[in-house]
Design a protein around this ligand. Structure first.
Ligand code: GLC
Length: 545
């Protein structure tokens, strides 16, 4: 199958595979690359253009692979390079593009560079690849500055020098097992050029870039002006630690490296950044024509369920990002966030299906917006967040580092149900006794892919139908969006010549905002009516509704 379509990424739909929870081929209860390969036909059937694989590199797994000990290999937990190559071959044959997750802001404390830094003296070249600094206070016993780590606690840890004395401190914006790399040292940039080439030479279609507004820190590492604000949020708000101007040089360099490959074979490689910055305007700076192709636009994900907030974030994105010549990259779920079905539910109303109805409506809205969209595994099954995992199974470092207060990320990472009536629900095919690394609740049976495929009212069919229509309708994908006049609580917009999408955020039914042929709706709709918590697509009777 040929994959040479020019600018394919601009309106692509990419499926995020969280490898350890997708499909387990070995019976150890952890998903792996062979499992991903087995699941590819399922993803092809769903209709996505490509997949993004969460990190599978050698790693002690303190942050589930976002602590990389070797950027150019596969952790035995997930397979090996030969298995990766087989996955690439199958993906290519099926016409599914493959993006890898690259983690340039930090590495693992078990990376050879960090080990060497610990074994070498202060001031040497090995420490210059990281941010080592002397502490403050009489014995250097206070951290070098007041920065907070994103996952709780101070952003500095103190090392013990070779002679056994308390020594320098090193910077880690996440956990102590994830030392930040010093991008002011040219060796770091050179290393990552090599890493990109290593995987591009193995045929990948691009990279999802972790923490893409990180990398550079203020050169003097001064105190943050508002450490309390930094500590209160998981957002990158410390203006001295994030979003430094020099980071844009890295994206220009990576873009031109990717373009070298395109020049060879015409196949465009994609760079999509995890960019958390305060405004859509700042965000737009990352997707200028010679920088990243795309950056996840998280404001949609964080918008509360009401028409005004959704309209505001969509309008801002269209205005600021589309102005760069790039397209907006929409996302509602990922491996760091509470799943939409639960997030949009109101406390105590889960059993009413309200969260599920809203999540279905949000999906149709997202798929009708101009630009690219990312779907997180299990979103197509309508999986809810698992909210009652017992403390002793939680593995997210945020839980441990916040003194067991923040239970944030395990509940969306529970291994997928594929079939059957009891755990492991086909997650480990052929091994009924396998124990998934996070326990699956009994109700996962209702969400298993085999049931979803057999039931035309399932989330799966909604996503599949939406994706199919999207790829066949010229109005969807890239292009303009024009808002319709709609009553309060309802959003409606037109795409191209006459494709209308409308969402009723309220509870009461409202008249359909257009007269036309219904194409798809997120719930049952009587003719001419848009029920509460429902979205629908129509082809309007008039070209200019
Ligand atoms: C990103 C990843 C998250 C990880 C963090 C540190 O935010 O999405 O899972 O923990 O970076 O690498």
């Amino acid at each position: 199958m040929t994959l040479n379509t020019h600018r394919w990424w601009r309106d692509a739909v990419i499926y995020q595979v969280y490898v350890r929870s997708f499909l387990d081929s070995t019976g150890d209860g952890v998903g792996d690359l062979a499992g991903v390969r087995t699941g590819l036909p399922y993803l092809k059937k769903l209709g996505v253009d490509g997949i993004w694989l969460s990190p599978f590199y050698p790693s002690p797994q303190h942050d589930h692979g976002y602590d990389v000990a070797d950027h150019c290999d596969v952790d035995p937990l997930f397979g090996d390079l030969a298995e990766f190559d087989l996955l690439m071959t199958d993906a290519r044959r099926l016409g599914v593009r493959v993006l890898l997750d690259i983690v340039p802001n930090h590495c693992s404390s078990e990376h050879p560079w960090f080990r060497e830094a610990l074994e070498s003296a202060p001031g040497g070249t090995a420490r210059a690849r990281f941010h080592f600094a002397d502490g403050r206070g009489p014995d250097g016993a206070e951290p070098p500055n007041n920065w907070h780590a994103m996952f709780g606690g101070p952003a500095w840890s103190r090392v013990t020098e070779q002679d056994g004395t308390p020594g320098q401190w090193y910077l880690h914006m996440f956990t102590p097992e994830q030392p930040d790399l010093n991008w002011r040292n040219p060796e770091v940039g050179g290393h990552f050029d090599h890493v990109l080439r290593f995987w591009l030479d193995r045929g990948v279609d691009g990279f999802r870039i972790d923490v893409a507004a990180g990398l550079y820190k203020h050169p003097d590492l001064p105190d943050s002006p508002d450490p309390e604000a930094d500590a209160r949020t998981r957002d990158s708000v410390n203006p001295l630690a994030w979003n430094q101007p020099e980071v844009h040089d890295v994206w220009r360099r990576w873009r031109s490296l990717c373009e070298e490959y395109t020049a060879e074979d015409g196949r465009e490689r994609l760079l999509v950044g995890e960019v958390s910055v305060p405004t859509a305007r700042e965000h737009a700076r990352y997707v200028r024509h010679d920088e990243l192709h795309q950056a996840f636009f998280f404001d949609l994900l964080s918008a509360p369920w009401n028409a005004d907030s959704f309209r505001k974030v969509i309008s801002e994105a269209m205005q600021d990002i589309a102005g760069t010549g790039s397209t907006v990259t929409w996302v509602l779920n990922n491996h760091d966030q509470v799943r939409t079905v639960t997030r949009y539910g109101e406390l105590g109303t889960e059993s009413s299906g309200l969260g599920a109805a809203r999540a279905r409506a949000a999906a149709l809205l997202m798929l009708a917006l101009p630009g690219a969209a990312y779907i997180y595994q299990g979103e197509e099954l309508g999986l809810p967040e698992v909210v009652d995992l017992p403390d002793d199974v939680l593995t997210d470092p945020i839980f441990r580092r916040t003194g067991s207060r923040a239970r944030i990320r395990d509940g969306c990472r529970v291994p997928l149900p594929w079939s059957g009536h009891a755990s492991p629900f086909g997650f480990t095919p052929g091994a009924e006794s396998a124990k998934p690394w996070l326990p699956q609740p009994a109700y996962f049976a209702e969400y298993a892919t085999d049931r979803a495929l057999a039931d035309t009212r399932s989330f799966w069919h909604l996503y599949r139908d939406g994706l199919q229509l999207r790829s066949g309708l010229p109005q969807l994908g890239e292009g303009e969006l024009r808002w319709l006049d709609t009553p309060p609580g309802v959003l409606g917009f037109v795409r191209g010549d006459g494709l209308v999408c409308a969402v009723n955020f309220g509870a009461a039914p409202t008249p359909a905002p257009v007269s036309g042929t219904p194409l798809l709706s997120s719930g049952p709709c009587a003719p001419g009516v848009l029920p509460g918590s429902t979205a629908a697509w129509w082809i309007s009777d008039s070209a200019h509704p």
